[in-house]
Design a protein around this ligand. Structure first.
Ligand SMILES: [Zn+2]
Length: 216
């Protein structure tokens, strides 16, 4: 059995490092410069997996790869070690969003769970967006309103310059003496969450946002 150990965002990060190398190769940079780019990419990849076994370290090592073809084979090989997003049922999702009596659910069967950092879908009737993520070992969900923007901008989650929407959510924060108190937080994030999942290379901003939204 294959021991899966790579998260979607880590896989994207490795791919981004390989893209940097391919880019330098295409530009025909001097051999020394290319070597430095490869060295740096290799150490970044290795730093991403501090707990990797010897076998995993060998698999991740890119120092011996030479051609485009070898880099592609490397990526394809790593893809078989992708940890899928936890399987989630419609029942679980309904429990996560109890206030939504007519919760619109995503088509769970059409999702490629190996290419997901976070699960996300929209309800266009109500302009709502739902985000589900495994935070500290537990599946959590937040809902918020979605406002499209007309300009491209940086997505808070994946840090790519792309078509974004403003996602705003009411946090769980309460002030004991004021039952009417509520606090909203918002971020510009990719309009297309499939694209975001293909681009996200670390979960720092995603988890910070979710933690703030869910903090009581
Ligand atoms: Zn994004």
């Amino acid at each position: 059995m294959t021991n899966k150990f790579i998260n979607n965002e880590q896989f994207n990060y490795v791919k981004s490092q390989i893209a940097l190398i391919n880019d330098s190769m295409k530009k025909n940079v001097p051999e020394k410069v290319l070597m430095a780019v490869i060295d740096l990419a290799n150490s970044r990849i290795s730093a991403l997996f501090p707990n990797a076994s010897m076998e995993q370290q060998n698999m991740l090592d890119i120092s011996k790869l030479k051609s485009d073809k070898e880099y592609n084979q490397y990526i394809e090989g790593l893809a078989t070690y992708l940890l899928p997003f936890p399987l989630v049922t419609e029942q679980q999702l309904k429990k996560m969003f109890p206030k939504q009596k007519k919760l619109k659910l995503p088509d769970l069967e059409s999702i490629d769970y190996s290419k997901l950092t976070y699960l996300c879908w929209n309800d266009l009737r109500s302009n709502k967006k739902f985000i589900v993520y495994e935070l500290n070992g537990k599946l959590v969900g937040i809902e918020g309103s979605l406002t499209p923007t007309s300009k491209k901008n940086l997505c808070t989650f994946c840090n790519c310059f792309t078509e974004v929407s403003y996602f705003s959510t009411i946090t769980k924060a309460k002030k004991s003496k004021n039952p009417d108190y509520y606090k909203a937080i918002g971020n510009l994030i990719c309009t297309d969450s499939t694209e975001c999942n293909q681009q996200i290379t670390n979960v720092e901003h995603l988890t910070a946002f979710l933690s703030e939204a869910l903090a009581k």
